[in-house]
Design a protein around this ligand. Structure first.
Ligand SMILES: Cc1cc2nc3c(=O)[nH]c(=O)nc-3n(C[C@H](O)[C@H](O)[C@H](O)COP(=O)(O)OP(=O)(O)OC[C@H]3O[C@@H](n4cnc5c(N)ncnc54)[C@H](O)[C@@H]3O)c2cc1C
Length: 319
């Protein structure tokens, strides 16, 4: 049985238990959110002992070399002494809510004003922490390229009973502060290949990063095909239709296909019917984790290289 030592206190890890689970069970304050190895909120550094390689795999080589690992997916193989990361390893800024606009019955556009320099690419995600509150954290994708004013656009689905989403969509007052960490993720527009065909498939607010990538690609005069498929369970979840329709009307290389499950047209099914051979395509998949997983497999089996498939599953607690 291994022990995990944090801030001088040693705790026994139950067999098969992740480091984060051990520490939370023992009342240690470790930031966390998705608990699936996606959001990276639970990043820790091993000061003594080696974290399992699988818990370091999602991280950059430079972080791996310094012993950083994702504690939610790290089942210790030996005793570990761990510490919270240095603040320079995870980006941070405070921000204020500049405006909130309802885009669909359950979906809100939040525009945040970063208070310090906070470089990012549209399509990456940030982790929001409630300001001076209970430390609750959740991740949200960035829906628009950076602006000179330092604004950050998010699309948040208000989930009934959802702690962070109802706070962001219903309670947070304009002008109020919140903490942002990151940015994280590699789902963003890559410069230097303006003719490359891009296939973008998203469900629900999985449109947020895809809208950001499309806006960025068009700003950078991308000339290759941009094929966007957005799925929602109901028609009223197909937000941004007017804007995306207008962009498609003025950019012949952009195709926008809204899909609803109620009419039988799933976004991933529609996409692969339109593009049966994905060889040479760069593919972005965002939103519902099951859709992302199955579409990743299909895109690969239809010819896309695994290194050209970028995924952002919106994993959440309790699912
Ligand atoms: C990389 C990443 C990017 C993300 N980007 C976005 C984004 O751009 N926009 C966005 O709205 N969300 C996004 N999410 C999801 C977001 O982080 C939260 O999980 C979501 O807002 C719910 O948090 P909550 O605190 O409101 O709900 P919680 O209090 O955590 O959950 C309350 C209940 O709601 C259920 N629940 C949670 N999420 C959903 C859901 N989507 N559908 C149905 N039931 C749910 C839970 O299972 C639980 O039972 C992203 C997640 C990840 C990991």
């Amino acid at each position: 049985m291994s022990t995990v030592t944090f801030e001088g206190r040693s705790h026994r890890a139950e067999p098969g238990e992740a480091v984060l689970t051990t520490l939370l069970r023992e009342g240690e304050a470790v930031p966390h959110s998705c608990r699936s190895g996606v959001c990276r909120s639970c990043l820790l550094q091993a000061i003594q002992g080696a974290p399992p390689a699988s818990s370091q795999k999602p991280l950059k080589d430079t972080l791996q070399a310094q012993g950083y690992f994702l504690s939610c997916i790290a089942t210790p193989e030996s005793n570990l002494t761990v510490a919270l990361p240095n603040t320079d390893v995870i980006g941070h800024t405070t921000a204020r809510l500049l405006s909130r606009e309802q885009l669909a019955p359950e979906i809100f556009k939040l525009t945040l004003q970063a208070e310090e320099s906070f470089p990012f690419y549209a399509g990456q995600f940030i982790t929001v922490r409630r300001w001076q509150s209970d430390g609750l954290r959740r991740s949200y994708s960035i829906a628009a390229p950076p602006t000179d004013e330092g604004t950050i656009e998010l699309h948040v689905r208000c989930i009934p009973g959802g702690q962070m989403s109802t706070w962001l969509c219903e309670e947070l007052e304009v002008g109020a502060r919140l903490d942002l960490f990151g940015p994280e993720g590699d789902s963003f527009y890559l410069q230097g290949d303006p003719t490359r065909p891009l296939l973008l498939i998203g469900t629900g607010t999985g449109l947020a990063p895809l809208a950001g990538i499309i806006r960025d690609a068009l700003n950078q005069n991308h000339t290759g095909p941009l094929q966007l498929f957005h799925g929602s369970r109901h028609t009223d979840g197909l937000y941004l239709q007017a804007e995306l329709g207008a962009l498609a009307a003025t950019h012949p290389n952009l195709t926008y296909t809204p899909c609803t499950s109620t009419t039988g047209l799933r976004a991933d099914a529609a996409a692969f019917a339109a593009i049966p051979d994905t060889s040479g395509w760069r593919v972005y998949l965002c939103g519902n984790p099951e859709m992302v997983k199955s579409a990743q497999r299909k895109a690969f089996l239809r010819g896309a290289s695994l290194s050209d498939i970028y995924t952002d599953p919106f994993v959440c607690l309790g699912k």
